[in-house]
Design a protein around this ligand. Structure first.
Ligand SMILES: [Zn+2]
Length: 82
């Protein structure tokens, strides 16, 4: 649930993509924010995990790296216990 749409002054719609983990917004460097699909593609290209669904889960590269790290630690602990 991290997509937001804004109606801007010129009547167009701008989209904003936020990370579910840290709340940080994705900043694109072109006019991708006029299209949700383009914005998702731009974020994915920069290492975000993006679900095509507007209400889906979105994570920035930093949060994805943290999640992967946690996952590995968990597996390490499990293999030690076995
Ligand atoms: Zn994040």
């Amino acid at each position: 649930m991290s997509g937001e749409a804004f109606r801007c002054l010129n009547g167009g719609i701008e989209y904003e993509l936020r990370c579910d983990g840290c709340g940080g917004a994705f900043h694109c460097h072109d006019d991708s924010f006029y299209s949700w699909d383009l914005l998702c593609a731009a974020a994915e290209a920069e290492g975000w995990r993006v679900e095509p669904d507007f209400e889906g889960e979105h994570e920035c590269g930093a949060c994805m790296a943290r999640a992967t790290f946690k996952h590995h630690r968990h597996r390490f602990a499990a293999s030690r216990a076995a």
